[in-house]
Design a protein around this ligand. Sequence first.
Ligand SMILES: Nc1nc2c(ncn2[C@@H]2O[C@H](COP(=O)(O)OP(=O)(O)OP(=O)(O)O)[C@@H](O)[C@H]2O)c(=O)[nH]1
Length: 735
Amino acid sequence: MDHVVETTIAFDRPACLPLRREIHALRARLEHVSGDSWHCGDVERDLRAQRALLRTVVDESPDLIVMKDHEGNFLLCNKPVADFYGTTPDDMVGKHDGDYSATPEQAEFFRRNVIEIMARGETVVVFEDSTDDRTGETRHFKSIKKPFMGDDGLPRILVIAHDITDITRAQQQVQESERRLSYVLNVTGEGVWDWDLATDRLQHNQRWYELLGYEKADLSSTLADFDHCVFDQDRDAVKLAINRCLQGHGAYRHEHRMRRKDGSVIWVLERGDVVERDAEGRPLRMVGSFSDVTERRLAEAETQRLAFFDPLTGLPNRRLMLDRLEHAIGNSARTSGYGALLFIDLDNFKDLNDTKGHAAGDTLLKQVGQRLSGCLRQADTAARMGGDEFVVIVENLGADAMQAATHAESVATMVLREIGMPYDIDGATCCSTPSIGIVLFGAPDDTADELLKRADFAMYQAKSAGRNTLRFYDPAMQEAMLARAALETSLRAGLQRGEVEIYLQPVVDAERRVVGAEALARWQHPERGNVPPAEFIPLAEQCGLIHQLGGHVLQAACDQLVRWSRSPASSTLKISVNVSARQFHQADFVRQVTDIIDRSGARADLLKLELTESVLLDDVEATIVKMTELKAHGVCFSIDDFGTGYSSLAYLKRLPLDELKIDRSFVADVLTHPNDATIVRTILALAQAFSLDVVAEGVETEEQRQFLMQHGCALFQGYLFGRPVAVGQFELTGD
Ligand SMILES: Nc1nc2c(ncn2[C@@H]2O[C@H](COP(=O)(O)OP(=O)(O)OP(=O)(O)O)[C@@H](O)[C@H]2O)c(=O)[nH]1
């Protein structure tokens, strides 16, 4: 048996007067007031009428009304009570709840409860349950229990029980759905708020506080507190979204940042809408929720970063740079002001990678990125294009081209200086320099693509000028660039059409007997005629055709060796082939050479590869490995233009060399300049000490030959013995 709440109400009348005394008192009062005398019969009739009325009222009341005596027996019951117990009001008089109640516990509770209340003599309100005998269902009641004194001087009690079952159930349903809603919201992780605009009070669910790391008591639950939690920079946008919603633009949905109690910042997706307005449409109540979307935002930011930034240096990547460049071009055209594009390529970066490892190269690139950023103003952009290439966009250089160029130059000079400072790479100091190409922009028809090409071209000029320097792109360069592009296209086609062939220049011994030849590439251009190697070989190197060209020359040389091998007079002749730095440093160079030798059937020991000193110095260790592999195959090596570089004698000892070639510049002045004579003598002595052959290049006079012979030179090449000629015209005598 449940009884829920008991409320005490002040007892306003100590007891009811007994009926007969009441009649007498009433009659006396009426006679006193009216001056008439009343007959007892009239009064009784009236009273009976009143009692009948009262009975009707009591029976018709939807509430359950009973009067009980001091032992809890019924003195009076109304119809609803009798219906409840499945009997009649008259039948109930003199009986008690136990005679009807389905559950003895309930009956006992009712009995004890009224006896206690009568003993206390105070009216109480009791929330209690009772079982409906007709249906067996439990009903809830709010009962007012009012004790009073009977005629006989014994206590009695009047009970008026109001059936609150429907309200209780409705309340329970509301509580249940609220509980479920809060469960669902907690599961979805939503922080919920409910804003009463009239009072400016905000109510939040527990999750709301949890998401922001607050305790309920920390906040005053006003809009000001919510405002305080919104991230400073986002506050205006949040207010705008809420205001638009208040003004009737519909529900809002907004992502912004919130600051948690501990100071950390989270991203939230907030949704809200006005749910109540007054008759004039003024908002009264707004509800909303937010969820923590920090992880998604971070993931999006990371995706964005990967798409637009170089992961190694953190600088904008090529894609973002192109976008910024296009903007900068647009701005320049609009404002008629110049901007500048700097194309920066590190010098000999490959060496660092090769000698210190890729990780060291990465460390350097990172530091270069930092230094570049340090050279720029806020509005400028430094980006990494890839590899060791960077780009800088400098904007707002004014309308004067000269001044713009001067400014761009000063930025580039600063970059040269900063990047040229020593680096600390894993505790070791190392140096790196850049070559920089600069192009100004500002013309309406400038395009990002074209500007990059021009800056790249100017950068290449800086490389050609010795590196660690800057060069401006100018229209003359443009001409050269166009010409170069045209030449590149026709060289590509020419190689396919077989326009490149080899010429042979004889190498003779002291008796002028031809002992071999140097193979020199010649390009017979259909319109331009004979294009000099100095023009098309560097071009082939720049545009990546050197692999194809080098292979073509090697193939022709090996084919020639095979042809010579068929005649005893020529079967021992050697052919030397020039190998450029880029060609030699290609990863598959060794395989390329050995494949050609093997395929052609030429004798490897009759093929001599001429390397320049710069090839040897580029990456000594890798060079030694490649040369040794080829040497093991039988291939011979010669150092071209020996003496013009800075070869260390230590390297000479380590390299598997067969021959040195004295550069034509020394030979030309050997009779007139004592220094050149000394150099020539030294080279010859050195070669002798290392047991190397020596070929003197560019011998044009008999006197030169005599001098060289006197100092031990045994092999010669030059116009004195023969110019380079087509393969078919090559003769075996050196006159
Ligand atoms: N460590 C590192 N090296 C890279 C990366 N990307 C490209 N490289 C290397 O960067 C080098 C670029 O060399 P190049 O610019 O062609 O040549 P260089 O040695 O700098 O010579 P010049 O430019 O002619 O002065 C190559 O060896 C690439 O393998 C990278 O992300 N990290």
